[in-house]
Design a binder for this molecule. Structure first.
Ligand code: PMP
Length: 325
């Protein structure tokens, strides 16, 4: 679907997957006006297909659009486009645990000019791809690398937007994490290296022994994860307190040492909920106890995936059902 300043959104089409033509002077190629979303369609035991909270992705896309000076897309259009694609690609929604059809809605500026200004033409597209588990080897704790040389986002920057440029900046630190034997990088605040932001593609939670979850607040630097928001709700439903505030590495280390922080996990659409087993940096390595994932981590994972795959009641109406052909 195409947007122009003069005509708004128009020309919605469903096309077979393939390359798209693009002018070399297209503004996205030079100034990076690009935003995207990541979401999944799940096939349930009764063969029905659902998408998880697509309105949340639509709203977040629009927040990203505002920050990147791109046009907003009506929420109904976003939901309609994603539903329609899944309906057409229904045969590609795989069966089984941890299997899904990954959806990648995205928007690019594609007016052709070389001066620096916001484009007056944009395109919104959705592509789909069957996906298995993000980390292979089941629900095993992952190691994360504390990035001290690089920040992902600065104050007043684009950290809260899901734009390609944020990921461009995170690839080198992610490589450094991999060189140090870690699966993910942990970013801290650009101004205070003790304050935790998020992982390369996930939000972070700590579990305290007094039925409390700690997670970095939405401070404008981190992505407002939809899995994060959903887990806060599920935890509150169980009577847990949730503290959304600045969380520090020092607090994490001290809490593990004195036994008050009992679990740590990362969450996101791709990785669902993944326990964190180890935090490494050039200066220290902390092992968070034994190799087994924490009890709450596993039970929240079970509940969230249960809602998505239809074995638990969808009591918050998070699912959008795809009409069967
Ligand atoms: N932070 C970052 C940087 C991410 O890329 C993602 C994945 N979209 C998340 C957090 C988790 O967000 P969500 O739960 O909406 O997938």
């Amino acid at each position: 679907i195409v947007w122009t300043q003069a005509d708004g959104w128009h020309d919605a089409q469903v096309l077979p997957y393939g390359p798209i033509a693009m002018d070399p002077a297209s503004s996205v190629l030079h100034y990076g006006q690009e935003i995207f979303e990541g979401m999944k369609a799940y096939r349930r035991a009764d063969d029905s297909i659902v998408i998880f909270r697509p309105e949340e992705n639509a709203r977040r896309l629009n927040e990203s659009a505002v920050r990147l000076a791109l046009p907003e897309l009506p929420v109904e259009l976003f939901v309609e486009a994603t539903k329609r694609l899944v309906e057409i690609d229904a045969d590609w929604v795989p069966r089984g645990a941890d299997q899904s059809l990954y959806l990648r809605p995205f928007m690019i500026a594609d007016e052709s000019f070389l001066g620096v200004r916001a484009a007056q033409r944009a395109r919104f597209m959705v592509i789909a791809s069957p996906a298995g588990p993000y980390f292979t080897g089941g629900v095993k704790p992952v190691s994360i690398w504390l990035s001290q040389d690089f920040a992902r986002a600065g104050h007043g920057g684009t950290g809260a937007a899901k734009c390609g440029g944020n990921y461009a900046a995170s690839l080198l630190p992610q490589n450094v994490a991999a060189e140090n034997g870690c699966q993910q990088v942990l970013f801290t605040d650009a101004g205070d290296p003790d304050v935790i932001d998020e992982l390369g593609g996930m939000n972070l939670f700590l579990v305290r022994d007094d039925k409390t979850l700690l997670t970095p607040a939405l401070n404008g630097n981190i992505l407002p994860g939809i899995t994060r928001k959903s887990l806060i709700q599920l935890a509150k439903d169980r009577g847990y307190a949730v503290e959304e505030r600045a969380v520090t590495v020092t607090e994490w280390r001290e809490g593990v040492a004195n036994g008050s922080i009992v679990e740590a996990f990362a969450c996101g659409t791709a990785a669902v909920i993944t326990p964190i087993g180890q935090l490494k940096s050039p200066d220290f390595t902390i092992d968070f106890g034994d190799a087994a994932p924490g009890e709450l981590t596993l039970s929240l994972r079970e509940e969230l995936t249960g809602i998505q795959y239809g074995t638990h009641e969808d009591r918050h109406s998070w699912l959008t059902e795809i009409p069967s052909a």
